[in-house]
Design a protein around this ligand. Structure first.
Ligand code: GDP
Length: 692
């Protein structure tokens, strides 16, 4: 025997994931009743659990879509909020608390929200039902709330009260049915009373005779009739509930109801009447089943139509290409790994050598400028009158025994070797690799996925960081001997000399270019004027704000004066570099014996030695290690286990097109699943299987 409602509820759950398309909605039971009519009590009696928030002024502000699933396997009732990422609850006090919070999250000024709270309760005792508890529709009617609000509430409720939904109209026995707002509301949407079931609560509050009369269904006839209930929790067990909620509510209620309806006193009134929560439950199941059965065909059609639509779009837009967040991420990850592999052939020992060489060459130029090339003035900022040190022009004529130049070279060399080459070179390569990885990532589709980019970069950083200090230390250790002594061979000197000639030549070229650009910008004549003005009046006074105002100065803006300074600096630099280049090219610098006269060459050969030594370790410790470990670390950090399904989906959906692709596919798959299920049910039905 099959339970049709149960099967249909499964389908309904699938369809609710597809979207809110009304044509895909299966029938539900909608509960209406004014405040204090006993609505909550009836709902809880059906569920067999107290889970609705109580309070004097507790008004439901969001519809509660309650799915009851009969689960005989499970001994305990569990509750689950479909849209919230929370564990299942077995403590129904918690459920009640969350319902209250969710309701109160809707500001009182808004009154109601269209967004339903979806709650599924599984229980061995509850029937398979879908019930909807509507916001305080009826009680609000008499309130002095603004009209738009009333209108809004009415519209929301009307949507739920439409066919094929069944209306459960709750009216208390102690109020005249003529005044029942639940019946009034039901009548508006179901004037013939075809899909409304009346529930009369608080039967115990009126005499048995009067109660029986109400149930006769002749004053306000409904095709489905009326059921009378006593759903108040008996006082005795009420106290118990406070301490021990697990107490069996259904059992207590039933005992209480039975005592009232079928006790000695009242039995003669109710023996053939539809009374009791148990009867109500059965009736609801029957009604829902019937209406589910009636909606089989239209639902089947609706699903078919939606499915055709989704399949068509999927074909046209995505050529039926399957895509899941996992496969999408995996293919991007592969692209990154291919990029890294490619990088490992393009960025190796040779490249790190030129990177490091370039960096150290620059440091040497800075040191030379600081210790040799700058005019003494620029070093201490004082006028040249007071200095007595030899100037650079003296260098070529210095005698071999002149200790001044020997010491100068030693100091400069040691500045270079004690620069912290270990850290400097490791940072340099680390940053270069990070730049490369960033480029690779930005060249894949991951450019549209900031979250994934971040993970890739973090992975690269963590792999590099794990080697940073040990690499830096090893490099530093191995260059240590050079801090004390540097032996040069003739061949090395020759190579360094050639390199220096190129380097100085390049510096001259760059400085000349900069000078030319300046000239083009300012204008040759103007630049000349301002330079000669500075020369004439300002001398070495670099403080532009401290210039005595000359008449001539009026024609030069401060900005122009700065440009003039820059031009002078470049001119000085070019002539100095040329001077040095001539010296380097001269016979005086042909052999290493004259090294103190040719500091540029000597330092250059030191750079060469430092670079050679450093790249040995950088290559093995940092680079090779990175190429080996980075792809593995990436695999791990971007794995399902590390990220979880949700994050992977979030990453994939960062790209709107991918998002659409995935969603359309998911939609199609859900519809296919729903389709299979509903066709299965139809086939069973046609083959004559009995449904429970
Ligand atoms: P709601 O505001 O419509 O949800 O109504 P409640 O279910 O909270 O019930 C309002 C009050 O009526 C509560 O104090 C209940 O205990 C009481 N009540 C509910 N059902 C019955 C019943 O069948 N008999 C009696 N005597 N009281 C009831």
């Amino acid at each position: 025997i099959l339970n049709l409602t149960k099967k249909m509820i499964e389908i309904s759950n699938l369809l609710s994931k597809v979207d809110q398309n009304d044509s895909l909605k299966l029938p539900s039971i909608v509960v209406v009743g004014s405040q204090s009519s006993g609505k909550s009590s009836v709902l809880e009696a059906i569920v067999g659990k107290q889970f609705l928030p109580k309070g004097d002024n507790m008004v439901t502000r969001r519809p509660i879509e309650l799915t009851l699933v009969n689960d005989p396997e499970n001994n305990l009732e569990t509750a689950e909020f479909t849209d919230l990422k929370m564990d299942k609850f077995t403590n129904f006090d918690e459920v009640s608390k969350i319902l209250l919070e969710l309701n109160l999250a809707v500001p009182a000024s808004t009154a109601v929200s269209n967004d339903p709270i979806r709650l599924t309760i599984r229980s061995p005792r509850a029937p398979d039902l879908t019930l909807i508890d509507l916001p305080g529709y009826i009680q609000v009617q008499s309130d002095d709330q603004p009209r738009e609000l009333k209108q809004k509430i009415r519209e929301l409720c009307m949507k739920y009260l439409e066919p094929p939904n069944i209306i459960l109209a709750i009216s208390p026995a102690d109020v005249d049915l003529a005044n029942s707002s639940a019946l009034r509301a039901a009548k508006l949407v179901d004037p013939l009373g075809e899909r409304t079931l009346g529930v009369i609560t608080k039967m115990d509050l009126v005499g048995a005779q009067r109660g029986r009369d109400v149930l006769r269904n002749n004053r306000y006839p409904l095709k489905m009739g009326y059921v009378g209930v006593v759903s108040k929790v008996p006082a005795k067990s009420s106290a118990l509930f406070l301490t021990k909620r697990e107490t069996n509510l259904s059992k207590d209620l039933q005992a209480n109801e039975n005592a009232y309806f079928f006790g000695e006193q009242n039995e003669k009134y109710f023996y053939n009447a539809t009374v009791g929560t148990k009867v109500l439950k059965k009736k609801l199941m029957k009604i829902l089943e019937k209406s589910m059965s009636a909606s089989l065909k239209p639902t089947h059609q609706a699903i078919q139509q939606e499915l055709e639509d989704a399949s068509y779009k999927f074909k046209v837009e995505f050529n039926d290409r399957m895509l899941t967040p996992e496969t999408y991420l995996a293919s991007n990850l592969d692209a990154v790994k291919v990029g890294v592999k490619d990088l490992s052939t393009k960025f190796g020992r040779h490249e790190i050598r030129s990177l490091l060489r370039c960096e150290l060459d620059q440091k040497v130029l800075d040191l030379l400028a600081l210790r040799y090339w700058n005019k003494p003035l620029a070093l201490d900022g004082k006028a040249p009158t007071s200095y007595s040190e030899p100037i650079l022009e003296d260098l070529q004529n210095a005698s071999d025994t002149d200790l001044y130049w020997h010491r100068k070279l030693d100091l400069t060399t040691s500045s270079l070797t004690k620069l912290g080459v270990g850290r400097l070179s490791t940072s340099l390569i680390t940053n270069a690799l990070l730049d490369e990885i960033n480029d690779i990532t930005m060249n894949t589709s991951l450019q549209k996925h900031p979250l994934a980019q971040e993970i890739v970069m973090k992975s690269a950083m963590s792999v590099l960081n794990s080697r940073y200090y040990s690499t830096a230390d090893q490099v530093e250790n191995c260059i240590k001997p050079y801090k004390y002594e540097i032996d040069l061979e003739d061949r090395e000197w020759k190579v360094a000399r050639e390199h220096t000639i190129r380097l100085l030549g390049e510096e001259i070229r760059q400085s000349s270019e900069a000078y030319k650009a300046l000239k083009d910008e300012v204008g040759g004549r103007k630049l000349k004027n301002v330079v000669s003005y500075i020369d004439k009046y300002m001398g070495n006074n670099h403080d532009e704000t401290n210039i005595a105002p000359h008449e001539e100065s009026l024609q030069f803006s401060k900005k122009l004066l700065l440009k003039g300074r820059e031009a002078m600096f470049l001119q000085d630099r070019i002539s100095l570099l040329q001077l040095r280049l001539t010296a380097i090219k001269s016979n005086g610098c042909a052999t290493k014996e004259n090294k103190y006269k040719c500091p540029e060459i000597f330092l250059n050969s030191v750079v060469d030695k430092l670079t050679q030594t450093a790249i040995l370790f950088l290559n093995v410790e940092l680079l090779s290690d990175f190429y080996y470990n980075f792809p593995r670390d990436l695999d791990q950090k971007l794995s399902l286990g590390a990220l979880g399904k949700e994050t992977i989906e979030k990453i994939a959906k960062e790209d709107p097109k991918v998002k659409r692709h995935i969603e359309l596919q998911q939609r199609k798959e859900l519809l296919e699943e729903a389709m299979t299920k509903i066709e299965h049910i139809i086939a069973l039905k046609n083959s004559g299987v009995h449904f429970k």
